[in-house]
Design a binder for this molecule. Structure first.
Ligand SMILES: Cc1cc2nc3c(=O)[nH]c(=O)nc-3n(C[C@H](O)[C@H](O)[C@H](O)COP(=O)(O)O)c2cc1C
Length: 180
């Protein structure tokens, strides 16, 4: 798939078919997604692919802050990817101090790039995705038994799209660009 087409045609998918996603398919998506850029190539993104329906349901029930739309989004998708970030690397000097005045910002910045790269790779491989920001970080860390060194950055639903929505409106270039 042409990159420019993928960038414009990828949509957030909230309704999936029952077709399952295999381990091999997730590995293939990540083979490309791992090329996402990161702070000093620190590569802090980690991916926990949840294919087990009971575990996925536990995350939907207990890890969505009672936001029913995300509970549905997770239950309805055949797979869920939990993207975590290794703490204290992106934006840090080797002595543990921040490199810039934006402090911890770069950790989330890297996670955002990793998430979108994963979604674009998934799209190019024929899958739909949904990035979710409304979740209970502590609860999910507990369910996954995450090491203290990692923080949950985002959840990504993954599967075959049953319904592809129209693109939500975007600002016109003239509204968001200033050229001097
Ligand atoms: C950081 C981030 C958090 C998001 N969180 C949620 C969420 O919790 N639930 C949801 O249904 N959509 C969520 N979305 C999806 C956005 O609503 C969606 O990307 C936006 O409406 C544009 O639609 P498109 O992705 O189809 O272009 C999130 C997207 C991003 C980038």
């Amino acid at each position: 798939m042409d990159l420019l087409t993928g960038l414009t045609e990828r949509r957030s998918i909230r309704h999936y078919t029952e077709q399952t996603v295999s381990e091999q398919e997730i590995k293939k998506i990540l083979e490309t997604a791992r090329f996402a850029p990161s702070w000093k190539n620190s590569q802090t993104a980690r991916y926990y692919a949840i294919l087990n329906p009971e575990l996925k349901n536990q995350i939907a029930e207990q890890g969505t802050l009672d936001f029913s739309k995300n509970k549905y989004n997770i239950q309805n998708a055949p797979a869920l990817v939990i993207l975590t970030s290794v703490r204290n690397l992106s934006g840090y000097e080797p002595d543990g101090s921040f490199t810039t005045s934006k402090n911890t910002h770069w950790e989330s910045f890297d996670a955002g790039i990793a998430a979108q790269t994963f979604c674009l790779s998934a799209y190019a491989n024929g899958f739909g995705t949904l990035i979710m920001g409304i979740f209970d970080e502590q609860k999910i860390a507990e369910i996954l038994n995450l090491p203290e060194s990692e923080t949950v950055s985002t959840l990504i639903a993954l599967g075959h799209a049953a319904e592809i929505p129209d693109a939500p409106a975007r600002h016109a270039v003239g509204e968001i660009l200033k050229i001097s």
